[in-house]
Design a protein around this ligand. Structure first.
Ligand SMILES: Cc1ncc(COP(=O)(O)O)c(C=O)c1O
Length: 547
C-alpha cells in the first residue's frame, strides 16, 4: 500500500491541481475564460502595471484561449443539445447552436477590440474606461454572482446525477460509491472555489492588506466568538502570540505562566517580549496544563496565564479562568492546535483576554503557507495589534510605535476564507477517525490512549497521540510503523525546558510528566483525507508493532 502521511493532504488536494485536471469544470466558467482571452489579446498592447505583467495568465497563448472558448461553447452545448434537438428538431437545434457560437465569438471580438483600444486588460478596467468607475462594482457583483451561480449549478448537477449513475453502475456498491470517492468529487468542485479566490487576489494585484484580509477576520471572529471585530490576522502562530502579549502590555519584568509540554513557539514568543516564561507540568491523564500547579508559581510579577490547547483538546478553562480572576491575571490562550474545539460548548480562544491561532498548512484550519490570527475580547486590543503588525502605522508612514511586518498575506486570507467553510466538516471527520482508533486500539496492552472528559471537552483531534511507555518501546514502534509506510511523528521529542535555547533558563527545574511523555509518545495519522481502509491498516500495524 502507499505510505500514509501524518498530516493532512487536504491542502494539496484542494490546490490548483484538482481544478486543472477537472478541465470541464473550469472551462465552463465562462467569465474566467473571457477574461483570460481578453487579457491574452491585450497583454501585447501594453500592460499597465508590473504586478499584472507578472501575472501568469498574461502569458497564455491565443491558441490556449481559443481552445478554452471552444470548450466552453461545446461544453454548454452538450448540456443543452439534447433538449434543443428534442424540442426544436435537429436542423433548428444545430442552427441555434451555431447562432450562439457566432454571437459569443462576436461579443468576444468586441471585448478584445475594446480592450485593445482602451488598453484595459481586465473587465473591471474596461468598464472603468468605457462607462466610468462607478460602474465597476456592478461588474464585480455580476461576476461574483455568476461565479457563485456556476458553482451552485455544478453542485446540483453532481448531486442529481451521481446517485443514480453510481447505483446503476455498481448495484452492490464499490469504491466508487464510497465516502472517499464522493469526497474527491466534492473536492473537484471546492478546488475551483479556492482557485477563484486566489485569482480574485491576482486580478486585483492587491497583495498586501487586500479586502480578503478583513473578510477573513470577520469570518474567523464570528466563528470563534459569534461576533465581528475580535480578530486580527497575522503572519503565523508564533507572531500571533507575540503580538497578543505585546498589545496587552507584557514585557520586561513580567512573568507568563505556561506549560512545559508545548511546541517551542509558545515559550519563544513569551521570552521574545522580554518577559520571563514560568513553566508548569501537564496533567498525567489529559496531558493538558496541570492547573493545580499554577498558583504555586504566581509571584508579584506574574501578568499572564497561557494555557495551550494541545492536540486539538482543551485545557481546564474553568480552573484557569477561576485562578486568573482571583489573582487579577490576564489569560492568553495558545489555540494553535484547536480550531473549533469547545470547552463546555464554548469555542476555545474565546475565554481569555486574547488567543493565538496558527494557520500553518498542517493545522485543522491551515493556509497554503504560513498564516495566523489573534482573537481578543477587547476590540481596542485588536486595533492595537493591527497597528503593531503593520510597522506601527495605521496611516501610511505615520509610525505611532515600533512595529513589525507581521501582516496576514492577502492570498492566505483568501484561501483561509474558503477553507473555513469546511472546518466543521473536516473536524467531524477527525472525530469519526478518533472514535475508530479508540475502538480499534483500546484493548491493546501497553498502550495509553488519549484521555479527556467528554462532559467538558469536545476535541477536534489535531493529533492522535499514543503513549507507549519507554524510549526503547517508542523507538521500536516508530521504526515498525515507518517501515510499514505510515507517517508518524513525536510531539514533542525534547521538552521545551531541555532544548538548547533554554539550556540555562530551566536547568534547575524538572517537569516529570512532560519529560516522560517526550520519550514515550507517538502521533499516528489523523486528518480528514484519511480513508477507513488506510486507518484499518494503521490500526493493524500498531497492534502488530506492540504485540
Ligand atoms: C501550540 C503551538 N503554538 C504555536 C505554534 C506556532 O505556530 P506557527 O508555526 O504558525 O508559527 C504552533 C505551531 O505548530 C503550535 O503548535
Amino acid at each position: 500500500m502507499d505510505s500514509v502521511p501524518l498530516v493532512s493532504a487536504t491542502a494539496t488536494a484542494e490546490s490548483g491541481t484538482v481544478s486543472r485536471s477537472g478541465s470541464s469544470v473550469s472551462s465552463l466558467s465562462s467569465s474566467s475564460s473571457l477574461s483570460d482571452l481578453l487579457s491574452t489579446f491585450t497583454a501585447g498592447v501594453g500592460s499597465r502595471t508590473s504586478a499584472r505583467g507578472a501575472h501568469p495568465r498574461g502569458t497564455a497563448s491565443v491558441l490556449t484561449s481559443t481552445v478554452n472558448l471552444t470548450n466552453t461553447i461545446v461544453g454548454g452545448g452538450m448540456l443543452a443539445l439534447p433538449f434543443a434537438v428534442k424540442s426544436a428538431g435537429l436542423v433548428l437545434a444545430v442552427a441555434l447552436l451555431v447562432a450562439v457560437m457566432i454571437t459569443t465569438a462576436f461579443s468576444v471580438g468586441l471585448l478584445v477590440e475594446a480592450g485593445k483600444s482602451t488598453r484595459a486588460p481586465l473587465f473591471t478596467d474596461l468598464t472603468a474606461a468605457t462607462l466610468g468607475r462607478k460602474w465597476v462594482p456592478v461588474v464585480q457583483i455580476s461576476v461574483i454572482l455568476q461565479s457563485y451561480g456556476t458553482c451552485i449549478g455544478y453542485y446540483i448537477i453532481i448531486a442529481d446525477m451521481i446517485q443514480p449513475l453510481l447505483a446503476e453502475l455498481w448495484p452492490g456498491g464499490s469504491f466508487f460509491t464510497s465516502r472517499a470517492w464522493v469526497g474527491l468529487l466534492a473536492l473537484a468542485v471546492t478546488g475551483p472555489l479556492v482557485d477563484e479566490a486566489i485569482h480574485a487576489v491576482l486580478d486585483s494585484a492587491y497583495y498586501i492588506g487586500g479586502p480578503q484580509v478583513a473578510q477573513f477576520e470577520t469570518e474567523f471572529s464570528e466563528y470563534i466568538t459569534g461576533e465581528d471585530g475580535h480578530c486580527a490576522g497575522c503572519s503565523n502562530g508564533t507572531d500571533a502570540i507575540l503580538l497578543a502579549l505585546e498589545a496587552l502590555g507584557v514585557g520586561e519584568g513580567d512573568e507568563v505562566i505556561t506549560q512545559a509540554n508545548t511546541y517551542c513557539a509558545t515559550v519563544f514568543s513569551i521570552t521574545r517580549t522580554g518577559a520571563k516564561a514560568v513553566l508548569v507540568d501537564v496533567d498525567a491523564e489529559t496531558m493538558m496544563m496541570d492547573a493545580s500547579q499554577i498558583e504555586s508559581k504566581i509571584t508579584a510579577n506574574t501578568k499572564v496565564i497561557m494555557p495551550v490547547h494541545l492536540y486539538g483538546h482543551s485545557a481546564d478553562m474553568d480552573a484557569v479562568m477561576d485562578i486568573a480572576k482571583r489573582h487579577n491575571l490576564l489569560v492568553v490562550e495558545d489555540a494553535s492546535q484547536a480550531h473549533g474545539c469547545t470547552w463546555r460548548g464554548q469555542k476555545v480562544g474565546s475565554f481569555g483576554d486574547a488567543a493565538a491561532f496558527s494557520m500553518y498548512p498542517g493545522k485543522n484550519l491551515g493556509g497554503y503557507g504560513d498564516a495566523g490570527a489573534i482573537i481578543a475580547k477587547d476590540t481596542a486590543i485588536i486595533e492595537k495589534i493591527k497597528i503593531l503588525r503593520n510597522m506601527g502605522q495605521k496611516v501610511k508612514y505615520h509610525h505611532e510605535c515600533v512595529g513589525y511586518n507581521h501582516r496576514l498575506d492577502t492570498l492566505q486570507a483568501a484561501v483561509l476564507s474558503v477553507r473555513l467553510r469546511h472546518l466543521d466538516a473536516w473536524n467531524s471527520r477527525r472525530k469519526e477517525l478518533a472514535a475508530r482508533y479508540i475502538a480499534g486500539l483500546n484493548a491493546v496492552e501497553g498502550l495509553t490512549l488519549p484521555t479527556w472528559d467528554p462532559a467538558t471537552v469536545d476535541p477536534v483531534w489535531h493529533l492522535f497521540v499514543l503513549r507507549v511507555g519507554s524510549a526503547e518501546k517508542r523507538d521500536s514502534v516508530l521504526k515498525a510503523l515507518q517501515g510499514a509506510g505510515i507517517g508518524v511523528g513525536v510531539h514533542y521529542p525534547i521538552s521545551v525546558n531541555k532544548t538548547g535555547a533554554y539550556a540555562d533558563e530551566f536547568k534547575d527545574s524538572s517537569y516529570p510528566i512532560t519529560e516522560a511523555a517526550a520519550v514515550g509518545m507517538i502521533s499516528i495519522p489523523i486528518h480528514p483525507d484519511l480513508t477507513d481502509d488506510d486507518q484499518d491498516y494503521i490500526i493493524e500495524q500498531v497492534k502488530a508493532a506492540l504485540a
